[in-house]
Design a protein around this ligand. Sequence first.
Ligand SMILES: NC(=O)c1ccc[n+]([C@@H]2O[C@H](COP(=O)([O-])OP(=O)(O)OC[C@H]3O[C@@H](n4cnc5c(N)ncnc54)[C@H](O)[C@@H]3O)[C@@H](O)[C@H]2O)c1
Ligand SMILES: [Zn+2]
Length: 364
Amino acid sequence: MKSKTEIVEVHLGERSYRIEIGASLWPQIPQYLGEHFKPGRLLVISDQTVSGLYADQLSEALAGTGWQISFHAMEAGEQHKTVATVARLWDEILSSGCDRKSVVVALGGGVPGDTAGFVAATLLRGLAFVQIPTTLLAMVDSSVGGKTGVDMPQGKNLVGAFHQPSHVMISLDTLDTLPQREFLAGMAEVIKYGVIHDPGLFEFIEINLSRILAHDHEACIRMICRCCEIKAEVVSQDEHESGLREILNFGHTVGHAIESALTYQGILHGEAVAIGMMVETRLAVVKGLCDDSLSERLGDLLLKTGLPIGLPDISPDNLWTRMLADKKSRAGHIRMVLPKSLGQVETFDDIMLTEFEQACLLSR
Ligand SMILES: NC(=O)c1ccc[n+]([C@@H]2O[C@H](COP(=O)([O-])OP(=O)(O)OC[C@H]3O[C@@H](n4cnc5c(N)ncnc54)[C@H](O)[C@@H]3O)[C@@H](O)[C@H]2O)c1
Ligand SMILES: [Zn+2]
């Protein structure tokens, strides 16, 4: 049976756009582009891995449509999400030719997505761009919401701009080549949406886990669609992260501290978020905000998914210092999004080191 294409609208006034989710959407790209733009230059920014896998598919889909395509591949990996890569892409694209009507396509995971988005935001003071995410993380998180940017030696994502895409196209067939470890890391973000906003989604994952892990198109479309709806709703209400958007950080305050303590080696972002969600949920239990059954249920699902939940050998002090240095901390207080029940979270800035130590102890 052919699964149908789902559409999620991101309502942002004149910057509104659509997310289309389907089993294989390549043949429809000319139609999407035609709805928004006149054929001109199409600047496809990708990483070398994804470009090797999908550049031909994109070229074929656009053959004979009048679009003049150029491919610009960066090296794969977070270490290349830098100003140096952006400068090289600016140079390459300006040399090969572009104008205000050129359209950037971000093809790949969050790394080329964030980088391409920033190139689009800055080149000729802003070009339109289309996201074609190819990792689960990018499908449910980074391709939606308009945060673009690169890392600095001082920290991740410190230079960037808000620049919304004109369209997001999620073609599930790209997940077939994605290493399963990367897929599972994306599942941590999916499970996060269930905890922060949607008990129904959490339950859907519990019930359909084996189908999801086998990339069953119908189950994955439903799951990804729901995540995009939640992200779209949150972003529509708080485009520039002055309030509500903060809830998306559940699991990330501790997760980022873990990644930083491990110098980003040997652990994927989603894996750190899985552990972060566990520690933060246990902290909520320690603070008396929620019942122990929530941390048990979450731990159970993360484990069954194949994600790590045990805190690596890093001292609570070490994590605490890193959390205090986080750009989201304010006036010496660590801000953390903690669950009160499944689907309901709240931001707290009254967390005490002793409580955090206790939560870490429970998470070993
Ligand atoms: N802008 C945002 O709102 C936002 C939100 C969350 C995360 N992010 C950013 O996203 C980045 C992480 O994204 P990611 O996890 O997608 O990493 P990534 O883009 O590095 O992709 C992970 C790996 O998978 C490979 N890959 C991608 N798609 C593939 C496919 N279909 N088949 C085979 N291999 C494939 C890539 O080459 C890479 O090696 C981080 O830089 C993070 O800061 C941004
Ligand atoms: Zn994340």
